[in-house]
Design a protein around this ligand. Structure first.
Ligand SMILES: C[S@@+](CC[C@H](N)C(=O)[O-])C[C@H]1O[C@@H](n2cnc3c(N)ncnc32)[C@H](O)[C@@H]1O
Length: 271
C-alpha cells in the first residue's frame, strides 16, 4: 500500500520489462531513497533493534489505554515510520507537557520502566521524561502503572543521543539518569557506548549548574570509561559514588550481581 506522505516511484527496469510501481522503503531503510531524502551522516548507535516492536498482549493493552496521554507523538525527519530520530526542529516545553512547573528528571534508556515508575510514584512532585528506543519497554512500563496512569511521566520513543541535541530547552533538566546503559563489552564495540564525550556535552546543555547526571553500571570497565569521559569534561564534577536514592533493584542490576559483577553508581554535578 502506498503511504499518503510519500509518492510512489517508478523502477527503471529497462526497455523490455514493464515498469513496476514500487512503494518507497520505510523506516531507516528509507533514508537515501530518492522519494524520501538524503541519508543522514553515518553514526554509531548505542542500541540494536531487539525483538522488533511487537508488544505482548498485556503491554499492548496498557499501550492502548495510556499511550495517547503519556507517549508524546513526535515528528520524525522525512516522516519515516519506525524511525528513532526526532525531527530537529521539534521542541518540547516541559511545563506545557506536564501542565505545571516542577523539577524535571530525564531518564535515558528507561528500559521496562522499573526505576521510572518507582521514582515517579515516590516523588509525585517531580516530573519524569523517559527516552527509550525500544517500544516494548515503553509498553512494559505503561503496564506497571496499574489502574491509573502516572500523570508525572511522559515517554518519547527516540534515540536520546540525537533527540537531546535539540528537543528540550537548555538547562531544563533538574537531573538526568542513565542506569545500566547497554555495556557493549567487546573492545570493538566500545564506540557504541552511549556515554561518550559528545554525549556528555549534550547532557551538559540540558542540566543547569548544580543539577546532576546520575549513572549506574555493573561493568567495571564501563564505569572507568564513564569516569574518564566525565572527569575529562569541564562541565562535570564527581560528587557521589553512593547508590542513587530513587534507584530500585532492577533486572539488570540483579543479573550483574548474580554474575559476580560490582555495581558502580556515579553522580556528577553540572559545574
Ligand atoms: C540495559 S537496558 C537498561 C534499562 C533500564 N535503565 C534499567 O536499568 O532497567 C538499556 C536500555 O537503553 C536503551 N537505549 C540504548 N540506547 C539508547 C538511546 N540512544 N536512546 C534511548 N534509549 C536507548 C535500550 O533500548 C535499553 O532499553
Amino acid at each position: 500500500m502506498t503511504r499518503p506522505d510519500t509518492p510512489s516511484v517508478r523502477s527503471d527496469s529497462g526497455p523490455d520489462t514493464p515498469s513496476v510501481r514500487q512503494d518507497p522503503p520505510k523506516g531507516h531503510q528509507a533514508h537515501g531513497h530518492p522519494a524520501v531524502g538524503p541519508r543522514p551522516l553515518a553514526r554509531t548507535r548505542s542500541f540494536t533493534r531487539r525483538g522488533g516492536r511487537m508488544l505482548k498482549d498485556s503491554h499492548q493493552a496498557a499501550w492502548d489505554r495510556y499511550a495517547d496521554a503519556l507517549v508524546l507523538e513526535v515528528p520524525r525527519p522525512h516522516g519515516a515510520d519506525g524511525s528513532t530520530a526526532v525531527h530537529p526542529a521539534y521542541r518540547i516545553d516541559p511545563e506545557q507537557v506536564f501542565g505545571r512547573a516542577a523539577p524535571l528528571v530525564v531518564e535515558i534508556g528507561s528500559g521496562s520502566g522499573d526505576a521510572l515508575v518507582h521514582a515517579a510514584t515516590t516523588e509525585p512532585g517531580w516530573d519524569f521524561l523517559a527516552l527509550e528506543v525500544w517500544r516494548p519497554g515503553i509498553g512494559h512500563a505503561l503496564a506497571k502503572m496499574g489502574a491509573e496512569p502516572l500523570t508525572n511521566v511522559r515517554f518519547v520513543e527516540a534515540d536520546a543521543a540525537l533527540a537531546l541535541q535539540s528537543m528540550l530547552p537548555g538547562g531544563s533538566a533538574h537531573e538526568v539518569w542513565t542506569f545500566f546503559p547497554d555495556p557493549w563489552p567487546k573492545n570493538k564495540h566500545h564506540k557504541r557506548r552511549l556515554v561518550a564525550p559528545d554525549f556528555a556535552g549534550t547532557v551538559a546543555d540540558l542540566v543547569p549548574p548544580g543539577g546532576l547526571w546520575r549513572l549506574a553500571t555493573d561493568w567495571a570497565d564501563y564505569a572507568d570509561h564513564m569516569r574518564a569521559v566525565l572527569d575529562g569534561h569541564t562541565a562535570w564534577e564527581l560528587v557521589s559514588t553512593e547508590r542513587a536514592p530513587l534507584r530500585p533493584m532492577t533486572r539488570f542490576e540483579r543479573r550483574g550481581i548474580e554474575a559476580g559483577r560490582e555495581i558502580a553508581d556515579l553522580a556528577y554535578r553540572r559545574v
